[in-house]
Design a protein around this ligand. Sequence first.
Ligand code: SAH
Length: 367
Amino acid sequence: MTPLSEHIVAMIRQDGPLPMDSYMNLCLAHPEHGYYMARDPFGRAGDFTTAPEISQIFGELVGIWCVSTWQTMQVPDPFNLIELGPGRGTMMADLLRAVKVMPGFLESVEVHLVETSPALRRLQTATLAQSGAQVHWHEDIESIPDRPTLVIGNEFFDALPVRQLQYTEIGWYERVIGLNRSGELQIELAGDRVPDAALPDWMQDAEVGEVAELSPARADYATRLARRVAGDGGALLVIDYGHVRPGPGETLQAVSRHNPIDTLGQPGECDLTAHVDFAALEDCFVDAGLSTFGPITQSQFLAGMGLAERLEMLTKRSGARERMKIVDAARRLVAGTEMGHLFKVLVATHAELAKPAPFAHMKEMER
Ligand code: SAH
């Protein structure tokens, strides 16, 4: 038992089984025992590693994207740069270093970090102390001032909760967490059938036993972000792992020390994430009136933003050993067997903005 599982068992005893998205939300965001709240989960000693933690080139190329998109926005001053879920603050630090080449950007930018974890906010404060930018923290995007906005987020949406539904002979049912006879957590199906009318088209045709994931929490976040950009001008850059076409499949996974574990095994002590349904995100952006580009793979995005040139510059003056380390880290970001294909990049812009980088000079990925 973890401190959080005791709390969850008591909740279920009192109010009945919990939908999967409520369970995931408690595991990640419970104010006291939530996974992100009190710890630094990143890096080799932690539970998982993210792209900005692998290579500085990642944040630098996102910085180049910001500069380029800010230019297509006609260099507004001041403007917001919002980062969703900044982790250790590494991507923002690398980005802010890279944008120094563009006169005016650092003078005009106001950085807004959206972060719920007090522990990670402390780390971000330390990482960004020398950045030269004004940095503000928020629990949610609603407290950020209205002005032209760039939004970036790496591995943010995968950490927002998903519902799980399972198809049976008599239709779709919500998966919930209940208790077995020994009082341990177990997955069950809720009593009431979910009406087909409440489900997207791709779920109308399914096979018995199939599981589907839906995320009202992600749709809500995406819609609120998109409305802001539609109203104030700007663009969004979403980088995450997931799938381009919607469809059934169970992707929710718990990860501890770089290995998958049972999703009910250690509530609050391990990371829980699920693949991002990029089509669902795109729908939210389009419904709010934005233009969307992609999704393309992380590998296509980084290549399009100038990975090869950046690598060349970084390794020019380094010794053989150092060069090998830099090149290998970059390879991990783009290799098909590592992050290059699973991770996707979706860009959404205000409808009046010119085509953003890297799409302006590349053929879009086949859908
Ligand atoms: N972008 C970072 C971290 C990804 S992990 C990187 O690439 O390394 C997910 C991040 O989102 C963490 O910083 C976590 O604390 C934050 N987070 C999770 N749910 C959140 C929410 N609802 N609001 C704001 N931040 C959240």
